[in-house]
Design a protein around this ligand. Sequence first.
Ligand code: HEC
Length: 145
Amino acid sequence: MLKPLLLLSTLILSGFGLIPKPSPAVLPQDAAPVPAATTKANPVKVTPEGMARAKKQYGYDCEMCHGATGDGKTDLAKDMKLAMLDLSDPKTLADVSDGTIFDLIKNGKDKMPGEGDRAKPDEIWNLVHYVRGLSKGGAPVAPGK
Ligand code: HEC
């Protein structure tokens, strides 16, 4: 009983090995040095609803480490001995692209947990707006409001 199964899986495995790898659509020398998501500008527009939701989400998932103002001077950060950056300082994220912040919020970094599938992409993009707003004294305001 075992033998045919083993034979079958060997066949399948070697079969996969025989399939030629698809050639990449973009040649390495043409490829951008950073992955697409990293360079992507925020596709989500600032709206009062989006910012209200981001504020709530920040309150649940981020504030315990980063603090309401983003300065990172929280008890949890102290307890966990986290080296926090000051998000309320405009210099902190000045050279960081929207796409990089998106990836960070989605995937996490070192001791920072990512939102993963808990947040939809547009919610994460709103959080990107929100954290950028921290260095301007609060959530960004929708144009015309
Ligand atoms: C467990 C604590 C913790 C939580 C919760 C947390 N962070 Fe962080 N965050 C960190 C740490 C630690 C860093 C790394 C600081 C560093 O880069 O040296 C960081 C870095 C950042 C940065 C700076 C990016 C950079 O270039 O380093 C941003 C922006 C950020 N977090 C946003 C968020 C948002 C938004 C949330 C909520 C969705 C969140 N964080 C939740 C701990 C946390």
